[in-house]
Design a protein around this ligand. Structure first.
Ligand SMILES: Nc1ncnc2c1ncn2[C@@H]1O[C@H](COP(=O)(O)OP(=O)(O)OP(=O)(O)O)[C@@H](O)[C@H]1O
Length: 837
């Protein structure tokens, strides 16, 4: 061991004397020193510190890990250095000491390997035998040894390196465990280590129950969990765990999470404890758990003592959509404290092995739901039938269909940013902007959306009201051909048929995009939007839609953030072919078999063309689009005669949050505009709604080292930055530009462009702000719109700037342009007139 104090190498005895308290009998006291150890000793310290500082929180006396010969108070540790505020050994007191094996600053080669006395003096931790595990062979060796000659007091396996279990070498029946087994990661002293189980059929088998036998896992990432990791012999879950668990009436969630579970034994106590660990599960599982949790705790990130299903109790800490943190979680046969669930592999672990697997090899979901439906029908009885009858009556009511048509019309017009009349900023006198769902008419208040939630678009209870609550904000819009009733009915019927998803009920058409229709429906009890994108092969231009469809499915389903529209599921299917046996091999047409085209097959130039359809099942946003909110002057306080700065800043913060999520994953949205920002009612939000970024049809994913993509001429005019228009270079800064345009529009309550007889043109006052505007906000928008992309802020910078502006606004410390530059000689009226058409 070598000592280094301050910047100088010294012998340990020459360190400054400990100034505060001299321990009773130290033979050696070191303070503010660095001990340079050979790597093997350092590893030993790491192991020892880990165990000594690990809080194994179990009530049973005797199961507590503790150190007997030393007292320790580790400040923190990295892989290279462990810092101790105090470390007392036999005859040794170390205060503010670092231990490291790395020689810094001064090259030093005189390390003597392994000091047996030192190791001995720190070696005693009672009640468990410590075993450092560096690789798979260590792990197999110790489990084998435990099986053949059990170590009475149990074993703590300290996983010092990431371990991958290869099923081909692992015993097919797993290892038998008949005494306590602790598996401890390195999280206390550095990066968390992980075990990649590679879905090995049986990891270990617990033969026994608490308090004699149990498994305790602490500070680990667990990846690719096996199906039935641990099953005690003869347990109900052994053998065919899925069937057995289901027979016990356990919920799906329980079932999935008990992939890592053991039986409850006769004691009713679980035998597997997880502490401060992360389960990296598949996206399918994560969404399922997430949905259940969200149903229980609503949109709030906190809940407590919620009971879901029969055996799944939890107390959730936070949900950030790609991660759920449970303060405590209790599954079938297992108990967790401070457990995270995520489908995102933290840095280091491998990707999920079979990302799309169906957990537990269970029966198809459709079967489970059928069971659920039957149960519901039996329980609901007459009530259920009455509900169905009224639903049918409701669905066929003329009134509702009339509004559906208007919904299509409104969505169509919303989409048509090139529609001249769309730019007339229909102003509601009350300053309370009705979304396309508005039902209360205009009025005072600072809500992003109004009207009763949940009602279908234009439904009788959410119908258009006066004064800004109308269903259309574009009074002079081009007339949309009103689809006859039969067309709407057949569209919905054919979608239901095409999707063949028993969990899905299509309720209505909510909009028409450039590539397909969007429907509202119910999927597994959730309100959803079903977005369809139709594309064709063998036809010019079909690739564009195909590319868009694939990108949209891949990107949107990989994202999970409160400010991004969630995609729950997607499917891609060839559409029903009319009159063609095999489009790949035959050009001949047969007579129609079912008399229904279903929108699938077309004959172009006497050649059959196969239609494909992508179905995205997404969360339903019932508050209209940001564009509608802007045009309905939601962001303007007509009483005060000024923009609602707090609402604008809040909305911008939400948007930047979602966009940060995209950019962190190297995804460029590519078509940010207020049509593609949807609002979802959320009573927990100050303004009654949350913003969600939608429509990833023009998004691109760059590789980690890519800064831009060339030759991309995309996006919506007026939201597309100059470098894309001129050079076709798509970078993250392009999204920032679009964000800047939206910020300008929120402030001005109008679009940044307008229609002239000669065509469309940017407004004269774009991108300027009136002098009365908040100076910092105007400057921030200006920086987003900078013609030089490298001078635009990143979304991280933008968010932090917005945060401080929001704080300043709340404190009343906002400077206007007048404060900084003096009054505007031309007057604000000129400026604001720029928004009056
Ligand atoms: N998740 C959703 N919840 C509620 N409404 C939605 C949802 N997704 C889309 N819509 C609505 O459906 C309509 C069509 O949307 P879509 O994204 O297909 O087309 P678009 O953005 O208008 O056009 P394009 O896709 O050609 O750019 C729009 O009015 C949109 O607001």
């Amino acid at each position: 061991m070598q000592g280094r104090c301050g910047a100088h190498w010294r012998s340990s005895a020459s360190c400054p004397a400990f100034p505060y308290r001299i321990p009773a009998s130290p033979q050696l006291t070191l303070t503010n020193c660095t001990l340079l150890l050979p790597p093997s000793e350092y590893k030993y310290f790491t192991l020892w510190t880990l165990l000594a500082t690990t809080v194994v929180h179990m009530d049973e006396v005797g199961l507590q890990l503790r150190a007997s010969t030393v007292a320790i108070n580790a400040k923190n540790g990295t892989n290279e250095t462990i810092q101790f505020e105090r470390l007392t050994g036999s005859g040794l007191d170390l205060v503010n000491v670092n231990l490291t094996y790395i020689v810094r600053a001064v090259p030093y080669t005189g390390l003597v390997l392994d000091n047996p006395v030192l190791i001995q003096s720190f070696g005693a931790v009672p009640n468990v035998t410590l075993v450092p595990i560096y690789d798979l062979s260590d792990l197999m060796a110790i489990l084998h040894a435990m099986q053949t000659a059990p170590i009475v007091q149990g074993v703590a396996l300290v996983i010092l390196r990431n371990i991958t279990i290869y099923p081909e070498v692992w015993p097919s029946g797993g290892y038998n465990v008949t005494q306590p087994l602790l598996i401890v990661g390195q999280s206390n002293v550095g990066q968390t280590t992980w075990i990649d189980f590679r879905r090995v059929q049986k990891f270990v088998r617990v033969l026994g129950c608490l308090p004699d036998v149990y498994i305790y896992i602490q500070g680990m990432h667990l990846v690719n969990l096996p199906n039935g990791l641990i099953h005690s012999e003869g347990s109900a879950l052994a053998g065919a765990p899925a069937a057995a668990a289901k027979a016990q009436g356990l919920s799906d969630v329980t079932l999935y999470l008990t992939n890592l579970g053991v039986d409850m034994c006769g004691t009713g106590l679980p035998s597997l404890f997880l502490n401060s660990s992360t389960l990296i599960i598949t996206y399918t599982e994560f969404r399922l758990v997430h949905n259940v949790v969200m149903q229980s705790v609503g949109t709030s990130s906190k809940g407590s003592d919620v009971v879901v299903g029969s055996q799944f109790n939890y107390d959730i800490g936070t949900i950030v959509l790609d991660n759920m943190h449970f303060r405590s979680i209790l599954g079938w046969g297992w108990n967790g404290t401070s457990v995270d669930l995520t489908y995102m592999c933290p840095t280091g672990p491998p990707l999920l092995y079979f990302n799309l697997y169906e957990p537990m090899g269970g029966e198809p979901e459709s079967k489970r739901l059928r069971w659920w439906q039957i149960a519901l029908i039996v329980i609901g009885g007459v009530l259920f039938l009455a509900l169905i009858a009224s639903l049918i009556a409701w669905r066929t009511s003329v009134n509702r269909l009339r509004h559906e048509v208007e919904a299509v019309k409104s969505a169509h017009m919303d989409k048509k940013s090139s529609d001249a009349s769309a730019d007339r900023d229909t102003v509601s006198a009350g300053g309370r902007l009705g979304s396309s769902h508005a039902g209360n008419g205009g009025g005072a208040g600072s809500q992003l959306v109004v009207g009763s939630p949940g009602g279908p678009k234009g439904s009788p209870n959410g119908g258009g009201g006066a004064g800004g609550g109308g269903t259309s904000d574009d009074s002079g819009a081009v007339q949309f051909d009103r689809p006859p009733l039969a067309v709407l009915n057949s569209m919905m019927a054919s979608l239901t048929q095409e999707m063949d998803d028993q969990h899905l009920t299509i309720l209505e058409v909510i909009g028409q995009g450039g590539f397909g229709v969007v429907y509202r429906g119910i999927w597994k009890g959730l309100n959803v939007a079903v977005k369809t994108i139709t594309f064709q092969d063998r036809v010019a231009g079909g690739e564009k839609a195909q590319h868009r469809a694939i990108l949209e499915a891949a990107i949107s389903s990989s994202l999970a953030h409160p400010n991004v529209v969630s995609t729950y599921s997607y499917d891609i299917k060839p559409l029903t072919v009319q009159g063609v046996s095999d489009p790949d091999t035959s050009d001949s047409c047969q007579s129609p078999s079912n008399g229904q085209n279903g929108g699938g097959m077309k004959i172009i130039d006497k050649r059959p063309v196969l239609d494909w359809k992508l179905y995205l099942i997404q969360e339903y946003c019932d508050g209209g689009s940001l564009r509608t909110a802007i045009l309905k002057r939601k962001f303007f306080d007509s009483k005060k005669g000024e923009p609602r700065m707090e609402m604008i800043l809040d909305t911008c913060m939400e948007l930047t949050g979602g966009l940060m999520h995209l950019h962190e994953r190297n995804i460029i949205h590519g078509d940010l505009n207020p049509n593609n920002v949807l609002l979802k009612r959320d009573s927990s939000k100050k303004y009654g709604a949350i913003c969600k970024i939608a429509d990833f049809g023009l998004s691109i994913k760059m590789s980690a080292d890519q800064s831009h993509i060339s030759n991309m001429r995309r996006g919506t005019p007026f939201y597309t930055c100059p470098q894309i228009l001129s050079r076709g270079n798509m970078t993250k800064a392009a999204d920032v530009y679009s964000m800047g345009v939206m910020m300008w529009e929120m402030y001005h309550c109008c679009m940044s462009y307008r229609s002239l007889p000669s065509g469309f043109a940017a407004r004269e006052n774009f991108p300027h702000f009136p002098r009365k505007a908040a100076h910092d906000f105007a400057c921030l928008v200006g920086s987003c719109l900078d013609s030089e992309p490298s001078r635009r802020p990143t979304f991280v910078q933008l968010r932090s700037e917005l945060e401080s502006q929001l704080l300043a606004f709340k404190r009343g410390g906002v400077r206007t342009g007048e404060d900084v530059l003096g009054p505007d000689p031309t007057g604000d009226a000129t400026h604001l007139n720029g928004c009056q058409d």
